[in-house]
Ligand binder design. Structure first.
Ligand code: ADP
Ligand code: ASP
Ligand code: MG
Length: 423
């Protein structure tokens, strides 16, 4: 049994969906579960829709129409006939009704987010499933929320393995054994029976959750790049493919922000020794990257560059000049944790603590609110975090990357050099 995952880029247009069908038709030898994300950049549009709905903005109607036309155009190009299409139409109608209503004032932003954003995945999987059936590739559409059971923490739910694994084993496995199953990444259901999401780009992780519970033989994530490379090929024209990685190496790259694999993906696979293939849906015959326990440690000889844009910098100083040691650090970390702000790099001196994190106005405001009574808090935006992995091999690209920009933070470990640069 195998698990495939197709991300947004692989289903961004009718041509892309046809290509998915081509890739699948050459892999018919083993039972298959196919996990699919929302189409193209639809999750960003869904986020705009949530924002407009939550803050009762005029723009919500136009955003909804954009989402509707985007999908309807794909359907038209795929030439799915009207009868098949009604299920997608129903989802669009349901979404429209949801956002047309006045919102429940007691409901939080994150709950509303998880009510609305999963429509991206639900619609996309419906379209692909209907299209594949029409093309003769028989498959069954399954709602992932019936199997991926999570905590109720909206937008960053944790998987409840004890609940999810038995459900997947008893309910999903027999279906996959019979016929290819198409399901959604990124979404789940909380113990309160409401929708949850696993965090942006969480579909890779969903594939790993299913693979773990199904004891799959492998997972393949299909990307618009050759595999895992030593840098993002969109930003580094000399990027080279890393053919093999051990689980630990992959975890490390993902941890520093190599966005080609979601950081949580590796752990479930490592614990069951399930190989992960990262391959190009544009060139499926190419070998791509394989992540395995005993992969030769090629990463040791490869210098990797990881770039995280849109960073915010926060400086936290004690009001009473007390040292930033255990007691203050406890307060600071607890504020980061409860505001959901994820630290990308941190540094502290005697009376101050500095950290960078992905720019997010709402989370940052929540963080500042929690800290401002006890600390002087300053923040600024417009930074890029550069990580050079295996920097000791000697860096040729770094001067070009820095290019005279001011370094706001700098940190070195035995393997990684990290620089926060002003944009
Ligand atoms: P999807 O959401 O379609 O599954 P993503 O856009 O999340 O795919 O991931 C693929 C993208 O990751 C590539 O287009 C590439 O620009 C980027 N990327 C970042 N770092 C790397 C890397 N080290 N190797 C390969 N691709 C990378
Ligand atoms: N659609 C979600 C996102 O864009 C999940 C994913 O694509 O992995 O974040
Ligand atoms: Mg993605």
């Amino acid at each position: 049994m195998r698990v495939f995952k197709f991300g947004g880029a692989s289903v961004k247009s009718a041509t892309a969906v046809k290509n998915v069908s081509k890739v699948l038709s050459t892999h018919t030898e083993a039972p298959l579960l196919v996990v699919i994300s929302a189409m193209g950049k639809i999750t960003n549009k869904m986020e705009e829709l949530v924002d407009a709905y939550y803050h009762t903005k005029e723009s919500k109607k136009n955003i909804f129409e954009e989402i509707k036309y985007f999908h309807q155009n794909i359907i038209a190009e795929l030439q799915i006939d009207e009868y098949d299409y009604y299920e997608v139409d129903n989802l669009l109608i349901e979404l429209e009704c949801m956002v047309e209503k006045k919102r429940d004032q007691t409901s939080s932003y994150d709950v509303e987010y998880d009510r609305i954003v999963p429509f991206g995945e639900l619609i996309s999987t419906k379209i692909v499933s209907i299209f594949l059936n029409k093309m003769g590739y028989k498959n069954r559409w399954i709602d992932a929320r019936n199997f991926v059971i999570t905590t109720n923490k909206n937008r960053a739910a944790n998987v409840l393995w004890d609940e999810s694994v038995p459900l997947i084993k008893s309910g999903l496995k027999p279906l996959v054994e019979k016929q290819t199953v198409i399901t959604q990444g990124f979404i789940g259901r909380g113990l309160n029976h409401k929708n949850t999401t696993l965090g942006r780009e969480g579909s890779d992780y969903s594939a790993a959750i299913f693979a773990y519970a199904l004891d799959a033989d492998s997972v393949t994530i299909w990307k618009d790049v050759e595999g895992v490379m030593n840098a993002d090929p969109r930003k580094f024209e000399n990027a080279v493919l890393i053919p093999k990685l051990s689980y630990n190496e992959a975890i490390e790259l993902a941890y520093y922000g190599a966005s080609v694999i979601h950081p949580k993906t590796i752990q479930p696979l490592k614990s069951k020794d399930i190989p992960l293939y990262v391959k190009s849906f544009l060139d499926p015959k190419k070998p791509g990257t394989v992540v395995l326990e005993n992969a030769s440690r090629t990463l040791n000889e490869t210098q990797c560059y990881i770039i995280k844009e849109r960073q915010s910098l926060i400086k936290i100083a004690s009001r009473d000049f007390s040292f930033i040691v255990e007691d203050n650090l406890e307060i600071i970390f607890s504020a980061f944790n409860s505001s959901g702000v994820q630290l990308n790099l941190m540094q502290n001196s005697a009376i101050s603590f500095m950290a960078c994190f992905n720019a997010d106005k709402m989370k940052r405001n929540a963080l500042v609110e929690l800290l401002k009574e006890k600390f002087v808090v300053e923040w600024s935006e417009g930074y890029t975090l550069i990580t050079v992995f295996n920097y000791a091999l000697g860096s040729t690209q770094l001067p070009t990357i820095i290019a005279g920009r001011k370094i706001a933070l700098e940190q070195k470990s035995s393997s990684a050099l990290q620089l926060l640069l002003e944009d």
